[in-house]
Design a protein around this ligand. Structure first.
Ligand SMILES: [Zn+2]
Length: 471
């Protein structure tokens, strides 16, 4: 995510409650799946006891009324014998079935739907949950946040870490990735854009159904859709990678032209990042510029969303969100406290693209940033390896994260640094800070505990030493 510099977006404060660890079945006796997946920052996010393979979302949206009516069906595998399971959804529920049989459901709170299937689900078996719902997502808050962004002409379902539960039912945590089919029905004359490839556009008398498919595993918060009036451009990059861009027709004509020009930079940015990181991890790319005043950009998988940000002079913003396709989307956080693993690299590549933000070398930028943030300033008080919910998207998570990477590069050398980044994104779908430290140590053959302690886990400016990559 990038909070655009000219607009301060309100980042929510969610109170940090005690974690609920996922229930683990020790026998085959069916038990209730946990209400959360085990993320201490967001105890209700995700659920225990199952793993989703594929979502099939069919929503009808009435843009002017801000209304969503739909059905989500998902296929999952039980990781424990289940007498009951939870799904995440803040919209009012109309009905639930499990494997085609009507299931009882209960709402213990606004975020959770507790589902009791007519018969228990055996560990290891595959099952289909179908949830029908309707409501006005803009009116619903959870965890101190109302993440739905829309105006009377346009909706764009984008948010981090919360948005999925406002438009589909599922297991809302990056730990459970799945493939997605997204069908959005809009009024005739409107368009709906989502992740992945456009499979079909079905015109009915008064409505149109837009069907999008994301085949590569995707974290639920990275699924998105936008509905309204959009110009669509598509093509292929020099290497044959398909791209699809969309720009809101609600923007003034000059801004639409600038936005299309900005999004056309995407294939070039992908190619530049591939030279650093190896192959782009997905089968399509692109972007969307919304006419809604959202105030931030987000790395939705295969198709980041941007506010109006000007023309090609804002390519740094595209670099940030496309870098997230590797760091955040291909490799996702195991826990939200690991957020620096997303924002650090995205900011680092933004810095490299932007010619070291005016310094002669990346190392000169690091030293300049180190100097610019005085010892004892609030900047250094953020322990970015565990920043706390309120500081999840603090500026320090971004900048200190990027500084950590440059310091690591200086400490272990260019070749090892590049090898760490490439191994990180090619070998896994999820990672924790401990995983990253272990990889940096095994790649470089150096003990880096005190280095990472100083950069990630100490509420003070790292000393200007060679060990800290600063001399
Ligand atoms: Zn970001």
């Amino acid at each position: 995510m990038t909070v655009t510099r000219w607009l301060a977006a309100a980042v929510s404060v969610v109170c940090l409650a005690g974690g609920i660890s996922a229930a683990t079945a020790t026998t085959d006796r069916p038990t209730a799946g946990a209400a959360g997946i085990g993320d201490t920052y967001f105890p209700q996010h995700g659920n225990g006891g199952y793993d989703v393979a594929r979502y099939d979302i069919r929503n009808r949206v009435a843009t002017a009324q801000g209304r969503v009516t739909g059905v989500t069906a998902f296929r999952a595998t039980a990781t424990q014998a289940l007498s009951r399971l939870n799904v995440d959804l803040v919209l009012p529920v109309d009905s639930v079935t499990v494997d085609g049989r009507r299931a009882r459901f209960h709402r213990p709170n606004r975020h959770e739907v507790q589902i009791t299937p007519p018969r228990s689900i055996a560990k290891g078996s595959s099952f289909v949950v179908r949830v029908a719902y309707h409501g006005r997502p803009a009116s619903i808050g959870w965890g101190g946040e109302k993440p739905w962004v829309a105006n009377r002409n346009e909706i764009v379902a984008m948010g981090e870490p919360q948005i999925a539960a406002w438009w589909f039912a599922g297991n809302d945590h990056p730990r459970d990735k799945a493939a997605f089919d997204i069908r959005i029905t809009v009024a005739k004359g409107q368009r709906a854009i989502a992740n992945g490839t456009l499979e079909s556009v079905t015109k009915r008398r008064t409505t149109t159904v837009w069907h999008w498919r994301a085949v590569e595993p995707m974290a639920p918060y990275l699924a998105f859709f936008a509905a309204g009036r959009f110009a669509i451009e598509r093509g292929r990059s020099a290497t044959g990678l398909p791209w699809l861009n969309a720009v809101s027709r609600d923007l003034p004509p000059g801004e639409q032209r600038q936005s299309l020009a900005l999004l056309r930079q995407t294939p070039k940015v992908v190619a530049w990042l591939e030279s650093w990181l190896g192959p782009y991890p997905f089968s399509i790319t692109g972007g969307l510029v919304t006419g809604v005043d959202v105030g931030f950009a987000l790395e939705n998988q295969t198709r980041p969303t941007y506010p109006y940000a000007g023309g090609t002079g804002s390519t740094w913003l595209v670099v940030h969100e496309i870098a997230h396709q590797w760091f955040g989307d291909k490799v996702s956080v195991r826990n939200w406290r690991d957020i620096w693993l997303n924002e650090g690299p995205a900011t680092y590549f933004e810095m490299l693209w932007s010619k070291n933000w005016g310094e002669a070398t990346p190392q000169a930028w690091l030293l300049s940033a180190w100097n610019a943030n005085a010892a004892g300033s609030d900047f250094w008080k953020v322990r970015i390896g565990n920043p706390g919910v309120a500081r999840l998207f603090d500026g320090a998570v971004y900048e200190r994260g990027a500084m950590t990477l440059q310091a690591l590069r200086h400490r272990i050398g260019d070749d090892d640094f590049k090898a760490v980044l490439q191994a990180w994104i090619s070998d896994r779908e999820h990672g924790s800070t401990a995983d990253f430290i272990a990889l940096a140590e095994s790649t470089s053959g150096e003990s880096l505990d005190s280095f990472f302690d100083a950069w990630l886990f100490t509420a003070a400016r790292p000393a200007k030493t060679a060990a800290n990559g600063l001399a």
